[in-house]
Design a protein around this ligand. Sequence first.
Ligand SMILES: [Zn+2]
Length: 217
Amino acid sequence: MIRFFAELIKSLGMCQEDCISCGGKISSWQQGFVCENCINSLKPHHPAEYKRLDYVKSYRVFGLYEGTLKDVILSIKFNANIPLAHWLGKVIAPYLWEYIDSTKPDIITTPAINLRRYWSRGFNHAEEILKGAEVPYISVFKRVGFQAPSAGLKKEERLKVVQTHLLKDEAIDLLENKKVLIFDDVLTTGATITRLAELSLMVGALEVHAFFVAKAL
Ligand SMILES: [Zn+2]
């Protein structure tokens, strides 16, 4: 019976004994899911290839979407692991702040996640990572419609998903003559960031920069 409850708690994601990345034991329950060694192994890695992103003046990537960094991002999203999001924020903070100091944005923001996922998760993972990095942000984007997660969608379907990103009404005045930095977890096709940058420029933003925790391979 005790074992049953232990398994139940584990399956609910309330506690986990083994590191999801290396399988080692986790000493402190608060960090959850990823051990200290693995988290401390995360170092900025400058991907050699930066592809062009339309409407984005410049961007930076902390690392590649693989290994521990991928495990951490997946755990944040699918285990609703907020402490881990804050920890990841602390890890990337020096690198993110260096970029903020060089681009000097007036506004730092994140893509909106769709409401259905916000309700099921109860948080915006990118915002939680920013909290961990102690970076102030404001929310200027919103999502409309009801759609499946974009992974595994065909190109036309992805395009439809991208169209669900919109500006909040009150953000329109806010963005005028502002330098904007958009922070997101993973850079995949670049369709979302291009859409958000275009929306920002359309209402008068001066320039848009972006920072991603990881770049998909
Ligand atoms: Zn580990």
